[in-house]
Structures are given as C-alpha cells and as structure tokens.
Design a binder for this molecule. Structure first.
Ligand code: SF4
Length: 360
C-alpha cells in the first residue's frame, strides 16, 4: 500500500469514526475554509457517515465564490476595452451584475483567453507584442506568490504589454472576521492545507489565543479530515485549545518563506471586498507602487464599479455557513450547475455545486 492509500484506508477511517462517535458530546459545528476540503468531504461521503450531532459548514474558502460582484463588474469593464483578458476557466462563468459573465462577453467578441497560470498569460503577452494583456488575479496565498513571481519576471524581461488586476485575498483576516461575527456559530475550524503550505502555522495562532477556537490544519484524504475532526472535538471536550498542524507531510510550521517574500515584494496588503463578508481590513493584496507599470488598475484606470447584487442569490449566507445551499430559494430550480445564478454554483469547489452534484 502506498503512502497516499493509507490515508484512504477504510479500516483506519472506521476506527477514527468510532472514536468520534464515542467522544462526541453535544452538537459540534465545524467549518472548512477551503474549496478542496468542501469537495473532498462531499466526495468521500464523510458527511453522511458522521454522527448527526456534527454539523459541517462550508466557509469562504473558494476563491471564485468570494469574488465580489463589483470585482466581476471590474473584470467585465476591462473586457470592453481593447485588451486581451487572460483568466482562469472558473472565473469566466461567474455571473456579475444582471447575470452577465465573461463568457457572454467573449461570445460578443471580447478577446478572453482561458489560461492555467499567470505564466501562460505572460507568454501570450510575449507572443503578441502589439496587444495589451491583462491577467485577472483571484485566489488566496496559494496563488498570489506565483502571480507575484510572474510580475517580477515581466519586469526583468522588460515586458511592457502585461498587467494584473489583483483581487487576491488573504485567509487569516477572513477567519478573524468569521470568529468575531456574532451571527456565526462555529466550534472548530478545519484550516486550509494548500494555503497553510505557504503561510505556515503562525498566522492562525490568534484563533486559539484570542477566540479559543479549536483549529486544525488538515489534508484532503478521508483519514486527514476525520483525524482533524477528532482533534477539534477533543480540544472542545478538554477545554485545551490550540492550533494543530495535522498535515505535516506537506505543511511546514514555518510555511514557505521564499514564496511569502516574493508575494510581499510585489504586493502590499489592502482592505478587500468579500462576497458575503463585506470589506475586511487588510485582507487583500494590491500591487505595490514599485510595480505599478504592471498594475491594471493603474495602467488601464480600472476602478471598482458600483453594482446591484444578484437578486435572490444567497451565496453570502452560504459562504458564512448561515444556511445550507438547499435553503436558497433558487437552488436546483433557477440555479443549477448548467445555469448558475451565483458563483457558489459555478465553481467546481463551490458549496452549492458540491451540494447539487452529490444531491444532498
Ligand atoms: S443556489 Fe445558486 S443562487 Fe442560491 S446561493 Fe447557491 S449559487 Fe446563489
């Protein structure tokens, strides 16, 4: 049995499940804040195996889902200028104001190219020197360092036709916003494995120190997730709360210092607008002045437009764990993966899409 298969081993999983059942003491509400965890939990069937006292909530961990309507509107506005827009595939289907998305803009003639990375976008700029190429920057600490590295590469190579409209977001400030929100009842946080690879353990310590919130960095296999749930339950039962790195085979407590250095060389923290959570101080990444020749908000003078919210869509409440997707009146009727109304149904990591796919 290879190492990864051990983390799927049914016997080991059933053993941890038995311990969870034996130790659960009253309702326990845990939230994951990572789209990959959302899918892994649904896909593995863990939700249906857990005792009914355990409530699984999906938080604001899908980067496409937390991209605000005003940010989508800014991307749409850019697509109307004489530019080549390079974007991750998920983003082009996300509805903005009036249900309009980048795919519709593309069908109407906007030059929109789906890429796998910011590096691909830079390649388009290099191969088409007469075009101005803008990469749409969304994502968390996992993605932002690679975009920063590409901006540095563009500067080193003197590329004058490449820029980024950065709406990157940072996870710890969003966790702080969740921890302080009186509407939200959460007993434990399953912390994102990928983001933690970059930032390490230290940025989460406030969750235990200030908010007494059991918090575990977890991997994505069934055993990783079940172990994380058991640790959170034990912490709650014993009243000994700390942030645990339970994904040590991938995440170092110190994170990736080199990636952080590159990220903060190019970006500076700024207040950011999150779908459902509103403006969170210091939760975004803007391009620093030293790199402003690669900042599309400066180069193409693109501000955040004022927009109306999508009527009826409850993504904001879903992202805060206040309602499950099926409590949205549009779920499964007007809003399906084939015809999504909100971003949580668009993204492959969105909780509405996961809920629909696994028919809960
Ligand atoms: S079901 Fe659709 S409209 Fe409702 S919250 Fe989810 S994405 Fe938004």
């Amino acid at each position: 049995m290879n190492l990864l298969n051990k983390f799927k081993d049914p016997k080991l999983c059933l053993n941890i499940l038995a311990q969870i059942r034996a130790e659960i003491n009253g309702e326990f509400r845990f939230m994951e804040v990572c789209g990959t965890h959302t899918m892994a939990i649904f896909q593995s069937g863990i939700r249906t195996l857990l005792p009914e006292q355990i409530v699984h909530l999906s938080g604001p961990g899908c980067p496409v889902c937390v991209t605000h309507d005003r940010e989508i509107a800014a991307y749409l506005a850019l697509s109307e200028k004489d530019l080549v827009i390079a974007t991750f595939g998920d983003l082009i289907k996300v509805p903005g104001p009036g249900g309009r998305n980048l795919k519709m803009a593309q069908a109407e003639g906007a030059r929109i190219k789906v890429v796998y990375s910011a590096f691909d976008a830079l390649q388009i700029a290099l191969e088409n020197p007469d075009d101005k190429v803008v990469f749409l920057g969304v994502g968390f600490e996992t993605t932002a360092p690679t975009v920063a590295a590409v901006i540095r590469m563009a500067r080193e190579q003197g590329v004058g036709n490449f820029s980024v409209l950065s709406f990157h977001k940072l996870v710890p400030p969003a966790l702080k916003a969740l921890a302080t929100d009186q509407q939200i009842t959460v007993n434990g946080l399953l912390l994102p494995g990928h983001v933690s690879t970059i930032i390490g353990l230290e940025p989460y310590l406030f969750l235990a120190q200030e908010y007494k919130m059991p918090s575990v960095i977890g991997g994505f296999e069934p055993l990783d997730i079940l172990q994380a749930i058991l640790i959170m339950i034990r912490q709650k039962n014993q009243g000994q709360v700390e942030v645990v790195n339970n994904y040590k085979r991938v995440v170092s407590d110190k994170g990736n210092a080199r990636a952080m250095e590159i990220m903060y060389d190019v970006f500076v923290t700024c207040d950011a607008l999150w779908r459902g959570l509103g403006v969170i101080p210091d939760s975004g990444l803007a391009v620093r002045k030293q790199y402003q020749d690669f900042d599309a908000s400066v180069v193409h003078d693109q501000k955040l437009p004022q927009v109306e919210e999508i009527p009826g869509c409850k993504c904001g409440e879903v992202l805060k764990g206040l309602i499950s997707p099926d409590r949205c009146p549009l779920y499964g009727t007007r809003c399906t993966p084939a015809r999504p109304v909100g971003p949580c149904m668009v993204s492959t990591e969105g909780s509405c899409a996961a809920y629909y796919k696994y028919r809960l």
